[in-house]
Write a protein that binds this ligand. Structure first.
Ligand SMILES: *[C@@H]1O[C@H](CO)[C@@H](O)[C@H](O)[C@H]1NC(C)=O
Ligand SMILES: *[C@@H]1O[C@H](CO)[C@@H](O)[C@H](O)[C@H]1NC(C)=O
Ligand SMILES: *[C@@H]1O[C@H](CO)[C@@H](O)[C@H](O)[C@H]1NC(C)=O
Ligand SMILES: *[C@@H]1O[C@H](CO)[C@@H](O)[C@H](O)[C@H]1NC(C)=O
Ligand SMILES: *[C@@H]1O[C@H](CO)[C@@H](O)[C@H](O)[C@H]1NC(C)=O
Ligand SMILES: *[C@@H]1O[C@H](CO)[C@@H](O)[C@H](O)[C@H]1NC(C)=O
Ligand SMILES: *[C@@H]1O[C@H](CO)[C@@H](O)[C@H](O)[C@H]1NC(C)=O
Ligand SMILES: *[C@@H]1O[C@H](CO)[C@@H](O)[C@H](O)[C@H]1NC(C)=O
Ligand SMILES: *[C@@H]1O[C@H](CO)[C@@H](O)[C@H](O)[C@H]1NC(C)=O
Ligand SMILES: *[C@@H]1O[C@H](CO)[C@@H](O)[C@H](O)[C@H]1NC(C)=O
Ligand SMILES: *[C@@H]1O[C@H](CO)[C@@H](O)[C@H](O)[C@H]1NC(C)=O
Ligand SMILES: *[C@@H]1O[C@H](CO)[C@@H](O)[C@H](O)[C@H]1NC(C)=O
Ligand SMILES: [Cu+2]
Length: 558
């Protein structure tokens, strides 16, 4: 053979696959305690590498990521890569007792996964107890090398992590609530990149706060993440509009707004052009809560957009905060979201449905003689308050262990009632570790229906291992006879976390093409703790790459 053909062969069989397959990125996450003094009431917090928020994980679509997590604290730890599909690698997903036993003090575990078919912003966070309050950070997945964004290239990219800060230890907060049977204390501050901002009452100094420096007329890509535990947040930049281009690592049809809404676990990428006069502009993160019964942290987290030519002592331009109960503003934002649905990034919405499910989501009240009111607030899906097992569900599934879970999670409510009305007189729930089984590649339609038990409330529901399409949404009770006629099966938004509206419903569709055990839960941590969670078991397929991989050798044991 001619030497040049050899070279061509080397290119085709060796170099090209290397270029397109993506590289392997190694990260080391040391979970350590840190005395944190920047915010009000200095305290010891659990962090990754001593940082709050934690380090940003950068990769490209197609890359394999290996994160070695070493637990140097006294608590059990797990890390979840929120929104990463984890195709056949459920062992690396992270929720404690769902896909793995915890990494115990002194132990290590290497999370090993490949970023397939996703690009954009996601987040990682601890997935055990309330640890994710301080153990979280961004995941930035850049497009494959040479592939442009489907929007004008920004001058710079900036990660903005929104979170909640408690003066007390967070585990003490939830433990106190579990003892009393009542709701936990609300947080004391909202933060932006680990700062509460000068006006928050929770800052270390009058000059505290994250500052985003911008050049006039330049455009910035803001990668906004809501890492808060229990609060939906409105986000604004005084005097500026934002163009939404991506949510949960899927591209959207661009639309322009002055206020965006972001629920815990969601991410939103926006383009912001510095098109105002040189100056300083306030950035705000303030709560959205349209259920009057629910206590919420009313504080506003703030940051500053500062033009390079602005005088750093100049007055800051402020903005009118959205009312915390503004359902209309929230709905307007959610209704504006559409998948990009281009030739390159199509919306592959399942057009037929094999499993049509309706799950109620909401609260309940169970007897508790030792509690303050003789009862405790719990939460449930289809009236099942999920009990965490002491063996990981994925292990139990893979090794055919009996006695850990049952396969009888109800696909429909066992008792139908006026879900958004004053509700059943009996508000008790049942305990269970019940899962719902799906054959490989089944197409699923799931309607999540809020209940008015105790009071209606919005719930940001997150599905692990999948993206889903939000095909419909409405107020009141879902009506199988009339509601589907309004579904959008063309360009619905594709994401991994979406809010079920208070006293309303949301319908999602997905194809069960990822074998494993996948957690579905409210991303308000208080509701997850109370039992608003369940899991799907997705069986293996018959073809190559359609089976769950064997567990890694260093998978922690219980
Ligand atoms: C935090 O401060 C306390 C009291 O000063 C000290 O005992 C502890 O060792 C410090 N912890 C860390 C992780 O630095
Ligand atoms: C990560 O997973 C891949 C594919 O499953 C495997 O080939 C590789 O050896 C793993 N790497 C480590 C460090 O475990
Ligand atoms: C919760 O708030 C109450 C009332 O302010 C306070 O007495 C209690 O100590 C707080 N609990 C924790 C764990 O911070
Ligand atoms: C927050 O604001 C609402 C509405 O103004 C009010 O009803 C509520 O009591 C406030 N909550 C707290 C914890 O301050
Ligand atoms: C929102 O709360 C304010 C009081 O804080 C109240 O006047 C207003 O009616 C509420 N709006 C809605 C839509 O509930
Ligand atoms: C618990 O009791 C208090 C008064 O003791 C009452 O205000 C509150 O509504 C009760 N909460 C629930 C959830 O029953
Ligand atoms: C579990 O059961 C399935 C079906 O009976 C079988 O194919 C599989 O090999 C079993 N797995 C283990 C680890 O025993
Ligand atoms: C359900 O309850 C709501 C709120 O009370 C009420 O407006 C509605 O008419 C009820 N629906 C039915 C079918 O009874
Ligand atoms: C609840 O109890 C009331 C009073 O006993 C009764 O009128 C009503 O029909 C009951 N509602 C339901 C949904 O059972
Ligand atoms: C929920 O389960 C409890 C306990 O089994 C039962 O008493 C109650 O009627 C059920 N409620 C609904 C709405 O299914
Ligand atoms: C349900 O589980 C809780 C928490 O483990 C327990 O306190 C309660 O007694 C259980 N309820 C029933 C009806 O088994
Ligand atoms: C840590 O996890 C192990 C394994 O599940 C469990 O036995 C132990 O009780 C946990 N420790 C704490 C402090 O929760
Ligand atoms: Cu919830």
């Amino acid at each position: 053979m001619e030497p040049c053909s050899w070279r061509a062969l080397i290119l085709v069989f060796f170099l090209l696959p290397l270029l397109t397959q993506g590289r392997t990125r190694h990260y080391k996450f040391n979970v350590v305690a840190k005395n944190f003094t920047r915010l009000c009431s200095p305290k010891s917090i659990i962090t990754v590498n001593g940082r709050f928020p934690g380090p940003t994980l950068y990769a490209r679509e197609g890359d394999t990521v290996i994160v070695k997590v070493a637990n140097h604290v006294q608590e059990n730890v797990t890390i979840h890569w929120h929104g990463v599909r984890q195709l056949t690698t459920g062992w690396a997903d992270g929720p404690a007792y769902v896909t793995q036993c915890p990494i115990q003090p002194g132990q290590n575990y290497a999370y090993n996964f490949t970023l397939t078919g996703q690009r954009g912003t996601l987040l990682w966070h601890a997935h055990i107890m309330w640890q994710r309050a301080t153990v979280h950070g961004a995941i930035v997945i850049l497009p494959k090398r040479g592939v442009p964004y489907p929007f004008p290239a920004p001058h710079k990219e900036v990660v903005l992590v929104l979170a909640e800060w408690w003066k007390s230890d967070v585990e003490a907060v939830i433990n106190e609530a579990l003892q009393s049977g009542l709701g936990p204390n609300v947080s004391d501050a909202h933060t932006i990149n680990g700062h509460a901002g000068p006006t928050s009452g929770c800052a270390s100094s009058a000059r505290d706060g994250f500052t985003l420096r911008v050049d006039q007329r330049k455009t910035y890509l803001l990668r906004i993440i809501n890492a808060a535990l229990n609060d939906d947040l409105f986000f604004k930049v005084a005097g500026h509009l934002m163009t939404v281009v991506e949510v949960d690592a899927t591209y959207t049809k661009p639309f322009t707004i002055d206020t965006l809404l972001i629920a815990p676990g969601q991410t939103t990428n926006v383009l912001l052009t510095a098109d105002q006069g040189a100056g300083r502009y306030l950035v705000t993160a303030s709560p959205f809560m349209d259920s009057p019964l629910v206590a919420v942290d009313n504080s506003t987290g703030t940051a500053t957009v500062q033009y390079t030519d602005a005088v750093s002592t100049s007055a800051i331009a402020t903005t009118k905060l959205p009312p915390r109960n503004s359902t209309s503003l929230a709905s307007q934002f959610i209704d504006s979201l559409r998948s990009l649905n281009s030739k390159q990034y199509p919306a592959n919405v399942p057009s037929t449905v094999d499993h049509s499910l309706l799950f109620t989501v909401g609260l309940g009240v169970n007897p508790c003689p030792a509690c303050t009111n003789g009862s405790r607030v719990v939460a449930a899906m289809n009236n099942v308050t999920f009990m965490m097992p002491t063996t990981a569900l994925l292990q139990a599934h893979y090794f055919n262990m009996s006695g850990v879970f049952t396969n009888d999670f109800p696909g429909q409510p066992l008792i139908a009632f006026n879900y958004t009305g004053s509700g059943p007189n009996n508000t008790q729930t049942m305990n269970g570790t019940r899962l719902y089984r799906l054959p490989y590649n089944a197409s699923v339609q799931l309607v999540l229906q809020d209940t008015g038990i105790i009071g209606p409330e919005s719930h940001p529901i997150h599905l692990h291992g999948y993206n889903f399409f939000v095909v419909g949404r409405g107020v009141g009770n879902y009506d199988p006879a009339t509601s589907p006629s309004k579904f959008n099966l063309v360009d619905p938004i594709e994401r991994n976390t979406m809010a079920v509206p208070a006293a309303g419903w949301t319908a999602i569709r997905f194809r069960a093409d990822n074998p494993g055990v996948w957690f579905l839960h409210c991303h308000f941590e208080v509701h997850t703790t109370w039992g608003l969670k369940m899991a799907f078991v997705v069986e293996d397929g018959k073809g190559p790459n359609e089976s769950l991989q064997p567990p890694p050798k260093d998978l922690p044991a219980c």
